[in-house]
Design a protein around this ligand. Structure first.
Ligand code: SF4
Ligand code: SF4
Length: 410
């Protein structure tokens, strides 16, 4: 494998010092591990980062998923972010949830709410070490459903009501900030508060189907400045992960992880067991290995050439001349990669304007890189009413109509 970042001299890990410097060199186990259990999804959101829709026939079986959990327990990974696709449409989802918790691996899972009826909400409220995030990309049905599909706002808010009614604590509303909803942040806060939940906002990256709509939906420069001010005022009440550290170039650093953690503290296990540097980087260049290979996930995490390369401190390239480099660090690797920008240059949404200059200077004859995977539904699903369950009749062709067609997990 060739280095994904321009060649940099390897450096020794510093002894002591700031936590962020230790993170740059990577840890024995990821602190933010995302596991996409399935590419199957009942929806077809226009910005889906993993281009989900149809299940992949090579999906990990129940036994293989249990083996991954056993390994995470041995590595002392305390929790895993489970997503998809829509993880709850996997028939063994609830079993795997219990299995993980029973093996000291807490679960935070993201869902569009399709399976969270009253009984499931009560079950979750009774379970320790589980956290639920309901995805919602508009504070109104009109804004949300334009992105996530007709009826998806009603499905998500029904799930939120069920969780609140069941007495679930600490559940989240998870919002991808777009040009359409950036003006609704106060409304999101009010909606989230009304369910006794917490708001989590994340950055829209041009990954998966997101690349198709990024030009139209990524926030404008003015919206980014407003978002920065909003986060300064409300950040202590809102979760953001590593989403907005590029905004720190506007002044005071925002709370959260001010570092691209890809391959250092963050990684993704996809539904077929492939391990990528980050959930937003599903591309061959960021594929480090597979949990089915000898040595499993631990060997990939601790010994892959790709992750060793990513753990070399960045040179920063053109960004090192920028006075904001210490706080912004050149922004998001995935956002640069999928917009066709060099990885050691500015972020496409650089708030100092250098990203726009870099985008304008791209060779338009060269298309930006695209993921090698696309599990999007082939039928007319986008904008259609939300399915409230999987189709009862068997599909004519496996995977075409139901994302679960032909699924045998044992
Ligand atoms: S590539 Fe972007 S999304 Fe992934 S860890 Fe780095 S900053 Fe975060
Ligand atoms: S030039 Fe680079 S370091 Fe400076 S603000 Fe832009 S992306 Fe950040």
């Amino acid at each position: 494998m060739t280095a994904v970042l321009p060649s940099r001299p390897a450096r020794e890990r510093p002894v002591g010092g700031r936590l962020i410097d230790q993170f740059e060199f990577g840890l024995d186990a990821p602190i933010c591990l995302t596991w996409e259990l399935t590419y199957a999804c009942n929806l077809a959101c226009v910005h889906c980062l993993s281009s989900s829709g149809r299940r992949d026939p090579r999906e990990l079986s129940t036994a293989e998923a249990e083996a991954v959990i056993d390994e995470l327990q041995r590595m002392q990974v305390f929790y895993v972010n489970v997503g998809g696709g829509e993880p709850t449409v996997r028939p063994d989802f609830w079993h795997l949830l219990d299995y993980a918790i029973g093996h000291d691996v807490g679960v935070k899972f993201s869902t569009n709410g399709i399976k969270l009826d009253k009984a499931r909400a009560q079950q979750l409220a009774r379970t320790d070490y589980v956290d639920v995030q309901i995805s919602l990309d508009g504070a109104t049905a009109e804004v949300n459903d334009a992105v996530r599909g007709t009826g998806s706002f009603a499905t998500a808010t029904r799930a939120l009501s069920n969780l609140a009614e069941a007495g679930m604590r600490d559940f989240k509303v998870s919002v991808v900030v777009t040009r359409e909803n950036a003006g609704q942040l106060d409304e999101f806060r009010a909606l989230t508060d009304s369910y006794g939940a917490q708001l989590r906002i994340t950055r829209f990256r041009p990954s998966g189907r997101g690349a198709d709509v990024w030009d139209r939906l990524h926030p404008t420069q003015a919206q980014q400045r407003d978002l920065y001010q909003w986060l300064l005022a409300n950040g202590d009440q809102v979760l953001t992960g590593d989403s907005f550290f590029h905004l720190s170039a506007l002044g005071e650093a925002l709370p959260g992880l001010n570092l691209c953690g890809a391959g250092r503290v963050v990684c993704l296990i996809d539904p077929v067991g492939d391990v990528y540097a980050c959930p937003f980087a599903i591309h061959e260049n960021f594929l480090a290995g597979n949990v089915r290979s000898e040595g499993g996930f631990q060997r990939v995490w601790q010994h892959s050439e790709l992750f060793a390369d990513l753990r070399n401190p960045q040179t920063g390239g053109a960004c090192t001349k920028c006075q904001h480099f210490d706080s912004c660090r050149g922004g998001c690797m995935a956002a640069k990669f999928f917009t066709g920008l060099p990885l050691d240059g500015p972020d496409p949404e650089c708030v100092q304007g250098y990203g726009e200059t870099a985008l304008a200077a791209r060779d338009l004859a060269l298309a930006p890189p695209k993921s090698h995977l696309d599990h999007s539904h082939s039928g007319p699903v986008r904008g259609q009413p939300t399915l409230l369950g999987m189709p009862a009749l068997p599909p004519a062709k496996a995977c075409d109509e139901s994302p679960l067609a032909g699924l045998d997990l044992r």
